[in-house]
Design a binder for this molecule. Sequence first.
Ligand SMILES: Cc1cc2nc3c(=O)[nH]c(=O)nc-3n(C[C@H](O)[C@H](O)[C@H](O)COP(=O)(O)OP(=O)(O)OC[C@H]3O[C@@H](n4cnc5c(N)ncnc54)[C@H](O)[C@@H]3O)c2cc1C
Length: 527
Amino acid sequence: MIRKDVVVVGGGIAGLTAALSLAHNGKDVLLIEKNEECGGLMNSFERGGFRFEAGARGLVNAGLVKPLIKEFALDIDILANPITVGIEDRMLRIDGEQSLYTYADVLKELYPENKDEVDRIIQAIGEIVEDMKVLYGVDNPLFAKKKRNVLAMAPSVVSWMLKYIRTMYRITRMGTPFEDYLDMLAVNQSLKDIIGQHFFRRTPVFFALSYFALYNDYIYPKGGVGAFIQEMVEAIGARGGEIRYETEIACVDAHDKRLKDLAGNEYRYNKMIWTADLKGLYAMTSDEGIAKQSQDKFRTRKQAILAHKGAESVFSVFLAADLPPEFFRDKASGHVFYTPNRRGLGTVHTTELQTLLQRWDTVQKHDLYAWLERFCQYNTFEISIPVLRDPDAAPPGKTGIIISTLFDYALTSRIRARGWYEEFKRRVEELFIMTVSSSIYPNLEDRVLFSFSASPWSIYKRVGSSEGSIVGWSFEGKIPAVTSMFKMGSSVQTALPDVYAAGKWVYSPAGGPTAIMTARIAAKQCM
Ligand SMILES: Cc1cc2nc3c(=O)[nH]c(=O)nc-3n(C[C@H](O)[C@H](O)[C@H](O)COP(=O)(O)OP(=O)(O)OC[C@H]3O[C@@H](n4cnc5c(N)ncnc54)[C@H](O)[C@@H]3O)c2cc1C
C-alpha cells in the first residue's frame, strides 16, 4: 500500500501541470499514468528518423505556457510556429492581426457575390480578436511568479481585471453555436462552410471564431511538443514528485480515500486530482461515504456525465516524403489549415453522415468510400510539417508531414465492427495524400517513403478518452461541466470528498490552455 499526500491520476498536460505545481510547493505527490509515457494528447514520437506530433501539433501560448516555462525554469527553447490559411491556390501566411483583412480580400475573391457577407463575418472575427488580446494577449498576471511586488503590479492587474471581466461577459453572451451565428451573418453556405467546417459541431461562436487570434499565438518547442512534456516530467522528479507509468487506475474508493490499479496495487491519498476521463471516475464511484446532503447532487452529476458523449475526434495521416523541406516551404509555412475546394462540405459531415449511420446495416463498402471521397474533397485539413519549424525533425533532404481532419468516432467503431477497419484506414491514407497531392503539394504521392495513420479509435485506446475526443464534451446537448468563465474556479470540484478534477472534461470549451488553467486551480485548492 502506497500512501501519498496528493495523488494525481492521468499524466496528460493537466496531470503534469498539477503534479508539477504541487511538487514545486513541497507536496508529497504521486502522478499515475496508464501508458508507458506521459503527455496524453500532447506528445511526439519518432519513426524512421522522422519526428511527428501524436496529438496537438504545437502549443497555444494563451498567456499560460510561457509563464509556466519561466516559473518552473523548464529548459525549453521556443521556436516560431507560423500559420498559413489556404483555400485552393490562395495561401495566406498569417503575420499578425492585420492578416485578418488580407483574409477578407481572399474570401471576397473567392466569393465575389458575397462581399457584404464577408465583411460582416470579418467584423465579428475582428471583435473577438480584440477580446482575445485581453484574455490571452498578455501573460495572465494572476499567474505571475513573484507576488512580492504587489503594489507595483496593482494598477496593471486592476486595469487588466476590468477588461477581463468585460470580456468574460461578452464570451458568456457569445455561447451561441457558430452555425446559428454564421446564419445571421451570411447566406452563402460555401462561405459559411469555409469559415466553420474545421470546428466541432455546435462549438460556441466565441471559441470557434477566436481561432483567428490563436493563429498568432502558436509556439513550437524545440524537439517537439514531446520535448516540452519530457521537461515537465523531469521537473516533477527534480522536485521530489513521483511518477508511476503503466499503471491504470481501475477502482476509486472515495469513502476510504483509496485507489486501486489494474494489477491490484493500492494507493491512499489525503487529496486526489483526477485528470482522466470523468466518465471513468464517476463510473467507478458510488455515493457511499458522501455526506447525506450531497448524495443527490452526486447522483445527478453522475447521471449527466455518464449520459453525455465526447466531441468529434481526429483522423491523422503521418507520412515521410523524399522531398526537401524547401519544396513545402515554397507553398506554405509548417502549420497549415487548408481547404482544397471552395465549395465546402455542405451536408457531407452532418446529414449525409447521419443518413449513412442510420442505414448502416445496408451500407456497402462502395457507399462508404463514395461518401469518404466527398468528405476528403471538400473538407479542411490541418497540415503540420515539424521540420519547417525545427530542422532536426527529419533526415536531411526529407520531410515528415501530418495531415488530419475532424472525424466521427461512431463511424469508425461501426467500420471496426464490420471488419473493414484496416482497409478503411489505408483508403483514408490514400485519399488524404491524393487530395493534397492534387492541390497544395503537387505530385507528393509519387514521393511518399512510408505512411500510416491514427483514427478516433486509436485515440480512444491510447488515452481512454470517450469517443476519442480531443477536447472533452460534445457541444451537442447539455454539457455536464462548467461552461462559464465566471465559474471556472468551481469547475475542479467533484461531488466526492477531497477529490478534485482537472483537464478537458471539467470545463468546456476545452483544449491545452484550459487543461493547464484548471490543473493550476485544482493544485491550488489542494494546497
Ligand atoms: C491532433 C490534435 C490536435 C490538437 N490541437 C490542439 C490545439 O491546436 N489547441 C489546443 O488547445 N488543443 C489541441 N488539442 C487538444 C489538447 O491536446 C488536449 O485537449 C489536451 O492535451 C488535453 O489534456 P488533458 O491532460 O486534459 O487530457 P489527456 O491528454 O487526455 O490526458 C489524460 C491522461 O490520463 C491517462 N489516463 C486515462 N485513464 C487513466 C487511468 N484510468 N489511470 C491512469 N491514467 C489514465 C491517459 O493515458 C492520458 O495520459 C489537440 C489534440 C489533438 C489530438
